[in-house]
Design a protein around this ligand. Structure first.
Ligand SMILES: Nc1ncnc2c1ncn2[C@@H]1O[C@H](COP(=O)(O)OP(=O)(O)O)[C@@H](O)[C@H]1O
Ligand SMILES: [Mg+2]
Length: 277
């Protein structure tokens, strides 16, 4: 009991990824004008913002598709400069993009290993890929696909999203970024995908969830990062925030009619009301 009392129960785990003051221009378009992000192991961090706020650009910068023009990126506390996607993958950063980039004419196993196939000599190592794919799907408690040799064309939207997410955790992933994974899904499939997102974090990954949907965000996110016109308006803990506050931040860039800062300094009493000292 004394140990627990001193263990600062509300202390957040160390960040896997940190972005500080990220900027990105496309010619005269200032897409990102100072974005921050903290993604921690074991947590889902929601990245929210209106259309055009810069969410997709930000994750493409993190994933090495563009790279930031200015600002700092820290990976596991070390400054890094990620200039291409293979480099991001090698570090353990995986992104599931909105279009999913799955090949309809290939089965689930081949899609999961697309571009990174396992080989035995010059031939594909089908057995090893199948075993590993089955292992990953089982570890994520995915029970909705009948056969992993099914073509992806025959899958539902939710199953396709599941395959794309499972592909992202096949590798030695530390950070998985999901761009609007539930945008095209119905209620039941959204629920399945959100449970999967939660399991990724519970397995120790840092998860960044890009979303428009406040229901999704408040269901699974531990922290919420709001982008407004290419700038980070606020980073809040979900339990210390409310939907109306986050919606206000998304639409106006500030909460309670103030500048963005008050949302960061907002405090709430500790859960048990006790003093840890
Ligand atoms: N390749 C590009 N060239 C020029 N402008 C772009 C490009 N990509 C994004 N933008 C602009 O950057 C801003 C942010 O876009 P985006 O990151 O797609 O926002 P979100 O994902 O939040 O909807 C928008 O104004 C968009 O038009
Ligand atoms: Mg987008």
């Amino acid at each position: 009991m004394t140990q627990a009392a001193y263990a600062a129960p509300n202390q957040a785990p160390p960040p896997i990824l940190e972005v500080r003051g990220g900027r990105k221009n496309f010619g005269a378009v200032h897409a990102l004008r100072g974005v921050d992000l903290v993604a921690r192991a074991g947590e889902v961090t929601a990245l929210v913002g209106d259309n055009g706020a810069g969410k997709s650009t930000m994750i493409k910068c993190i994933a090495g598709i563009y790279g930031f023009d200015a600002g700092e990126v820290l990976f596991q506390g070390e400054p890094v400069n990620i200039t291409d996607p293979a480099e991001a993958n090698a570090m353990g950063i995986e992104v599931v993009y909105q279009d999913l980039a799955l090949c309809d004419n290939l089965d689930i196993v081949h899609n999961m290993f697309l571009g990174r196939e396992l080989k035995k000599g010059i031939q594909l190592d089908e057995q090893a890929m199948e075993a590993r794919a089955a292992e990953v799907l089982a570890s994520l408690s995915v029970r909705t696909v009948r056969s992993i040799r099914q073509h992806v064309a025959s899958l539902s939207g939710g199953q396709r999203q599941t395959v794309a997410i499972a592909r992202a955790v096949l590798w030695n992933s530390k950070l998985v970024i999901l761009d609007e994974p539930t945008a095209a899904l119905g209620v039941a499939q959204t629920e399945q995908v959100l449970q999967l997102v939660r399991r990724l974090a519970d397995a120790g990954l840092a998860v960044v969830l890009v979303s428009h949907n406040m229901n999704d965000v408040f269901e699974v996110a531990d922290a919420i990062n709001v982008l407004y016109l290419g700038q980070t308006a606020a980073q809040v803990r979900t339990k210390d925030s409310s939907r109306s506050e986050v919606i206000e931040l998304i639409t106006s860039g500030s909460a309670n009619g103030n500048a963005a800062a008050p949302a960061l300094s907002k405090t709430t009493p500790t859960a048990n009301g006790s003093n840890p000292a």
